[in-house]
Write a protein that binds this ligand. Structure first.
Ligand code: FAD
Ligand code: NDP
Length: 334
């Protein structure tokens, strides 16, 4: 297949990618988006396609289903003539411009399938899960990996809840959940927290929180439709017992989808793309990152969308500056 050259290409189709598409398309940059084909385990549209009600995305006072929100974002990208390709990018070469891209199935070819002067990289991330016995049944029916997203739903109101993890996320999520829960148990597998001192102190002092050290969950249980208990195990003695909780929130870390660009652009120690503060600029000129792939702190649809806007504006500015200087080859017709 001859290389299709484009001025700007977006890889990833979550809120970050679609927001970038709308801004780039409205700036007449004719973006192309690779939305993926179950890339990173997600359907096109990204993480929100795996959830039900989204109640914290502005503009939808009654809430909106995650899949429906992503369908609307896709329709908006198409309305301004974004070319959306339902394929996964399997390999990229950022060592020279134009950047080279290979679609899945073509990664062993010497010639790329596509090239681009600028790239917006918005491949997202996924929350780590433990896949405990029973988890398949109760995932999203009591088990979640996002307290901010799901904590307010009625099944968790005034109920005992558990958070697994001992880092800053676990501390933050547990404290957040105290607004809704009758009590929050934090299950920490070791004898100490990994969280920063300030977060750890806040957690340990909270009257509605009990931190259970040296404790691991080994199974989830419920009434067939909703979670109502965990089996927990003492890491030292191996002794098992039941913990009655109506919610389980994983906070054991996330996996950013950066394997495509590892070794080609600066990543932090946890694999997230490093962006210059307050921008989408990365260590590679012309390569802009947006959304959860560069954000381990907020990880929300609205913050991802906001950073997609930043990436589009940064790319637009970069392209126009470099075109003026004659550095970026003009886009050739496909
Ligand atoms: P993602 O949504 O992760 O999407 C990335 C997309 O890129 C995926 O579709 C993937 O298939 C595609 N992709 C990856 N690699 C490639 C490739 N190589 N080629 C082509 N395509 C590729 N946030 C909220 O604000 N409110 C909520 O209520 C909420 N609920 C949530 C519930 C659940 C169960 C989960 C998991 C998350 C929830 N979040 C919520 C978080 C929110 O979904 C994320 O913050 C947001 O989706 C991140 O957007 P993103 O654009 O960075 O990427
Ligand atoms: P971390 O990697 O920092 O912590 C993960 C926690 O989960 C650790 O306590 C780890 O245990 C535990 N864990 C991992 N796997 C398992 C498992 N299979 N079973 C039980 N426990 C497990 O991830 P975070 O998401 O908390 O934080 C990521 C980064 O984001 C950090 O740099 C953090 O500082 C930052 N962050 C900052 C915030 C803030 O400043 N307010 C808020 C949220 C995140 P162990 O310690 O034994 O390895």
């Amino acid at each position: 297949m001859p290389a299709n050259h484009r001025k700007v290409t977006i890889i990833g189709s979550g809120p970050a990618g679609h927001t970038a598409a709308v801004y780039l398309a409205r700036a007449n940059l004719e973006p192309t988006m690779f939305e993926g084909m179950m890339a990173n385990g997600f359907a096109p549209g990204g993480q929100l396609t795996t959830t039900t009600d989204v109640e914290n995305y502005p503009g939808f006072p009654e809430g909106i289903l995650g899949g429906e929100l992503m369908d609307k974002m896709r329709a908006q990208s198409e309305r301004f003539n974004t070319e959306i390709i339902t394929e996964t990018i399997a390999k990229v070469d950022l060592s020279q411009r134009p950047f080279k891209l290979w679609r899945e199935g073509n990664e062993d070819e010497s010639e790329p399938t596509d090239t681009a002067d600028a790239l917006v990289f918005s491949t997202g991330a996924s929350a780590k899960r433990m896949f405990l016995p029973g988890e398949d049944k109760y995932w999203q029916n009591g088990i979640s990996a996002c307290a901010v997203c799901d904590g307010a739903v009625p099944i968790f109101r005034n109920k005992p809840l558990a958070v697994i993890g001992g880092g800053d996320s676990a501390a933050e999520e547990a404290i957040y959940l105290t607004k809704y829960a009758s009590h929050v148990f934090v299950l920490v597998r070791r004898d100490k927290l990994r969280a920063s001192k300030v977060m750890a102190d806040r957690l340990l002092r909270h009257p509605k929180v009990t931190v259970l050290f040296n404790t691991q969950a080994t199974a989830t249980h419920g009434d067939g439709s909703l979670l109502n208990a965990l089996t927990i195990k003492d890491s030292n003695t191996g002794e098992e017992k039941s913990l009655a909780v109506n919610g389980l929130f994983y906070a054991i870390g996330h996996e950013p989808a950066t394997s495509l660009v590892k070794g080609q652009v600066e990543l932090d120690s946890e694999g997230y793309i490093v962006t210059q503060p307050g921008s989408s600029l990365t260590s590679v000129e012309g390569f802009f990152a947006a959304g959860d792939v560069q954000d381990k702190r907020y990880r929300q649809a609205i913050t991802s969308a906001g950073s997609g806007c930043m990436a589009a504006l940064d790319a637009e500015r970069w392209l126009s500056e470099h075109e003026l200087e004659g550095e970026v080859p003009a886009a050739s017709p496909q």
